[in-house]
Design a protein around this ligand. Sequence first.
Ligand code: ADP
Ligand code: ASP
Ligand code: MG
Length: 419
Amino acid sequence: MPVLVMKFGGTSVADLARIRAAAEKVKREVDRGHDVIVIVSAMSGKTNELVGWVEQTSPLYDAREYDAVVSSGENVTAGLMALTLQEMDVPARSWQGWQVPIQTTSQHASARFVDIPRENIDAKFAEGMKVAVVAGFQGISPEGRITTLGRGGSDTTAVAFAAAFDAIRCDIYTDVDGIYTTDPRITSKARRLEKIAFEEMLELASLGAKVLQTRSVELAMRYKVKLRVLSSFEDTDDNSGTLVCDEEDIMESKAVSGVAYSRDEAKMTLVSVEDRPGIAAAIFGPLAEAGVNVDMIVQNISEKNYGTHTTAVTDMTFSLPVNQIARAQKALEDARTSGSIRYDELVGDTDVAKVSVVGIGMRSHAGVAAAMFKALAAEGINIKVITTSEIKISVLIDRKYMELAVQALHDAFALDAAA
Ligand code: ADP
Ligand code: ASP
Ligand code: MG
């Protein structure tokens, strides 16, 4: 029997009525002859609430206990979804991660899949079960503890199951009807794309477009999973939504195909840090060990203003998620106390956001960076840090200009019009 994977995100299972609406979509696929694996998120807002409880209890929490708490939201929806399907006479049962068992690494709060053995679920399908409802976002470590996959991780659970079960497709049901040129909540001019290339979606996701978790796109690309994003709020058919596919299958040839943003960024500057070989390693090593996800980095030109230092000094600035500021500060202060780095001051800025333009067309179009900077300048937006790669340009700006920047860039690259 062909297996179809259907994933429902938080707003798609927000209450019992939404779970019922989702279950009806599942039943329709069962009636069409599919065995279905349903991956569910926690009810919307639930994971945030659980994370809040953990942070209030223990600011520098033990990630193993964080996982024990935050994974629980998905368990509730998995059970409720199975019950709802049973009420519709669809043979269904729920599976928590450890029951499958979904084996992951032991990197708590950002675990990765190691293996998803099929035996248990296949045996139940063979006995006549039609729907396996699996709690998203969670797994079990080699040490036998519950793990989670990082925020938005249920998307990755869905793709991993699609790969493990050779699913005909992985459908990600959410609160928008597909992938847009930018977040449709930021500009009404955002345009839904029929298709988007894996590489572009990968960049958009990693730069903040939370419609798909980055890792889910990576896995889909690697295992050639047919991945689709569509609405759980509308009637849908086999052609609804946006298909994530190979570059060769895309007709559009614009330089830029999307704009992404990441609101919760912060910037830290080490003022007057010694400029000597090994200094970057001495700074970013301890940050990595403390689990800080450093993103953009700039080092200023070196000054021979020795001050209290024995070598020339420079300023080193980096960006990081705003909720990792305390961890970063501690790691750097500890490094200073131990004598491995010297700096005069550590300055944090928690009011920044990152805005990025993405497009595989950038490989062949020149002048994208200039056009981007011009559009931001026209709005009077100051750029604090810039980074580029082959198919993206990102800038760090004051958070209060984030929406304006996204809208200005969407206009500047005429993303509302098809190529
Ligand atoms: P779910 O709870 O279903 O996993 P998410 O909130 O994680 O849903 O992701 C869907 C949201 O992603 C949308 O509501 C939308 O605001 C946001 N989003 C950001 N960028 C995009 C984009 N380019 N296209 C579509 N949605 C986007
Ligand atoms: N519930 C988790 C989160 O909010 C996982 C997910 O929904 O994908 O991050
Ligand atoms: Mg999500």
